[in-house]
Design a protein around this ligand. Sequence first.
Ligand code: GDP
Length: 363
Amino acid sequence: ALRVGIVGLPNVGKSTLFNALSDAGAQAANFPFCTIEPNVGVVAVPDPRLDRLAELAGSKQTLPATIEFVDIAGLVAGASKGEGLGNKFLMHIREVDAIVHVVRCFEDPNVVHVEGSVDPLRDIETIETELILKDLETVEKGHQRVAKAVKTGDKSAKAEADFLARMEAHLSDGKPARTLEVTKEEGVILQGSFLLTAKPVLYAANVAEDNLPDGNAMSEKVAEHAKTEGAGSVVVSAELEAQLVELAPEDRAEFLEAAGVEEGGLAVLVRAAYALLGLITYFTAGPKESRAWTITKGTKAPQAAGVIHTDFERGFIRAETIPFEAYDRLESESAAREAGQMRSEGKEYVVSDGDVMLFRFNV
Ligand code: GDP
């Protein structure tokens, strides 16, 4: 499953948000893996198309796509030098696909700010500086690793060393790795480099409930900052989310309406994470179960099948696929097939968002 790490300074609302998100996930129906560890929560990705498919296919089970949220507590100034939970914290970040950076954009005299005042841009810089310092360390180690090979005249080692030098200069300027423009070859090196600041970031500006849905002057600054570094941003209220999960599901819509918001923060975050990561969904539907699967835009049929099982990818023959829109309109697989809406696709087929797929494979 996709793993998203929640980071931020202490007392910005991370745990409040994390608990609300994982409670919301725990309450979703037919949930396969709820709790993994105390700080890891799995949430179902809300998708009305999946419910419709399950209804049409008469499925016994409905299995939504899932995202794992990991609460990564303990980042403080000096973490890269071992302050706070220091290195342990940074190790956890290495393992996630994307980062949700919670930024405090609410005033509350009862909630102490570690820096003494509320200033989202300063907070963002504090966290980013620690991550950049850690990345500089990683880049230096990389240099040492390739140095010998460069001396023997190894061309690919030379290319890597040049790239690392460019990255080092960039990081030293206080810029995150994800804003460095890279060639295709460098992109491959970067992917293998495990740099923390190369990961996609979504800023979650945590505002007071009455600043929803548009946010406030502080969250606007966060959004502007996000734009300058190719990151995403959303406005959430951790407190509102915490109240929301306390309610019975049937009372939630009314509560949200009263707060002036259309949907809960979970749906907002999930959608933003999908957009940020370029993710799409395909479906499988049958009497046993209907299920949503997450892939990256541009994934071809065999690799999409591989998300279900590696055997599906290895033995891939063909994929039968119906666009969701056609399935929805014609109301069954057989009707879609008769109407010529079920296509048979080969290895080069690029899966589209909403494809309802059936894989043929050798075992
Ligand atoms: P963490 O250290 O980042 O995990 O922060 P917590 O989630 O533990 O929150 C720290 C304190 O801030 C708690 O007392 C929360 O109740 C409070 N808090 C969190 N979000 C909000 C918010 O949106 N508004 C206000 N007023 N308090 C909040």
